[in-house]
Design a protein around this ligand. Structure first.
Ligand code: KG4
Ligand code: ZN
Length: 469
């Protein structure tokens, strides 16, 4: 053991508490290099009273890449129980999501580490039923909620007492589904005397990215999911400007209905996949130029979206092709790959057109920093790699950074709800204490942020067809 390390260890022994020593010793065993180089240069007394130091070591280890990340996670997990009580308690929030067809729960810590999670997806059942039936979704949430939330806590190796607050989706979503999650959150909060943090589902989607990437406000965000399609400017955790929204269906719905029309679930490679994922998979086998899809809302100088026309066009095309090729019953068209690729291309062209106007609007109104322009694309449909790739081309043209959360975080889950809870906890906003639970409203319909769609129209921004023009 080198002299600085001995000195550091001695200093720690003299000043710190037992719990801190355990964490420090563990990290020291993990990486002597860290202690030789870091501790000797740190002013120990600044850190000794606080758990913050342990977290810094942890982050430093991850950054320095001297040891493998899973080892750190494992050590962190093993040691968590030693650290979860006492003066330097780490802060955890559990998030509960039941706004639509997924029962999700997760525990996330102050630094955005996912400590434990559990998810019960109803996708397979709803695909079989031919769409989401609210009563069935509610019953499935009811069946699964206790297990899912308990499992997240169990996976985190924590108990409910260790949780600082319970974040839960209260808006927007299916009323019957939202009710199950909120009720469960309130029940737990009453039992363990914890505050509840109400979460807007779309805000959570928009903020998830900050858990995994350094993305500062303000940034532009496109949310494309089964329930929504919107373009907004995120200015703060609870401050959004809405630039555009769907006037009819969502892109996820267009994907799902078109997949159903093509009977993709009868293909074994598509079994169990959502409609969008099935279309993406089959599109890889086809040519996007095989069929022409019409331009959408090209005359409207706004950032709104519409997918009903594309959906209708796809439906007519499929029926026509089936007739032409004599396909009936549960059989699938042999050129389904071409239809999928062309339809997917039609959707992406529309998305790119609207984002383009959104970027021009933010330029005009100086709403984004020129040096650090960022577009975040999230929501279930953002899992689509073809869509990401086409949006990336647009971003390069605008010198804008494109950031997409990993696919796992794009779909509905408890993680995004817990992280939104942490973001609110950090700013001490929206914490509802047990006695004020009456204040918690369920809002099945709830637009995101301040509506700027009229202002976008007033700006009268023309978008040309080709990027290079
Ligand atoms: O965000 P999400 O999980 O749920 C909400 O709607 O809130 O999004 C689900 C939607 C479904 O419509 C599904 O078909 C679509 O996202 N989706 C995709 C892909 N994966 C899921 N759409 C296109 N390409 C994909 N790879
Ligand atoms: Zn969602």
């Amino acid at each position: 053991m080198s002299a600085p390390l001995r000195h550091a260890t001695f200093s720690l022994m003299s000043y710190s508490r037992y719990r801190f020593i355990k964490a420090a010793t563990l990290e020291r065993r993990t990486n002597l290099y860290l202690w030789n180089t870091k501790l000797s240069s740190l002013d120990l007394s600044c850190y000794l009273k606080s758990y913050r130091f342990y977290c810094q070591c942890h982050r430093y280890l991850l950054r320095s890449n001297k040891i493998n990340k899973s080892k750190v996670a494992q050590l962190h997990g093993n040691n968590r129980n030693n650290l979860s009580t006492g003066a330097c308690t780490p802060r955890y929030v559990i998030g509960i999501e039941t706004s639509c067809d997924d029962t999700g729960a997760a525990v996330v810590d102050y630094h955005g580490n996912i400590i434990g999670e559990a998810l019960n997806s109803q996708t397979r059942i709803h695909v079989e039923m031919g769409g989401i039936i609210p009563i069935i979704a509610r019953d499935l949430h009811k069946q699964n909620i206790t297990n899912v939330v308990d499992e997240a806590i169990k996976n985190a190796k924590l108990s409910y007492q260790d949780i600082e607050a319970i974040a839960v989706t209260t808006e927007p979503g299916l009323a019957l589904s939202l009710f199950i999650g909120v009720n469960h959150a309130k029940m737990l909060a009453r039992k363990y005397r914890k505050p509840v943090i109400p979460i807007h589902h779309m805000e959570a989607h928009a903020l998830t990215v900050r858990m995994v990437e350094r993305v500062e406000f303000p940034y532009l965000v496109l949310l494309v999911s089964g329930g929504h399609c919107l373009l907004a400017l995120a200015q703060d955790v609870n401050k959004f400007l809405l630039l555009g929204r769907s006037l009819d269906d969502s892109p996820g719905d267009a994907f799902d209905k078109t997949a159903r029309q093509m009977k993709l679930k009868n293909l074994k490679e598509c079994a169990g996949l959502s409609g969008g994922a099935a279309v993406e998979l089959m599109a890889k086998t086809g040519n996007p130029k095989s069929f022409q899809f019409p331009g959408v809302l090209s005359q409207n100088r706004d950032c709104n979206f519409s997918f009903s026309g594309l959906k209708f066009h796809a439906k007519s095309l499929i029926l026509q092709e089936e007739l032409k090729q004599g396909i009936d019953g549960g059989n699938v068209l042999p050129n389904v790959g071409d239809i999928c690729a062309s339809f997917q291309d039609g959707i992406v062209k529309h998305l790119v057109h609207r984002i383009r106007r959104g970027l021009l609007y933010t330029e005009l109104k100086q709403l984004l920093s020129e040096e650090n322009k960022t577009l975040v694309v999230s929501g279930g449909v953002a899992s689509n790699m073809y869509i990401r790739q086409e949006i990336e081309k647009l971003c390069q043209h605008f010198n804008c950074r494109l950031v997409c959360p990993p696919p796992k975080l794009c779909t509905d889950n408890g993680i995004m709800i817990a992280w939104n809870g942490i973001e609110k906890l950090k700013r001490e906003i929206d914490l509802v204490q047990v006695n004020d639970f009456d204040e918690i409203d369920l809002k099945p319909r709830s637009p995101l942020g301040i509506d700027m769609t009229e202002d976008v129209i007033r700006a009268n921004i023309k978008v040309r067809g080709k990027l290079s023009v």
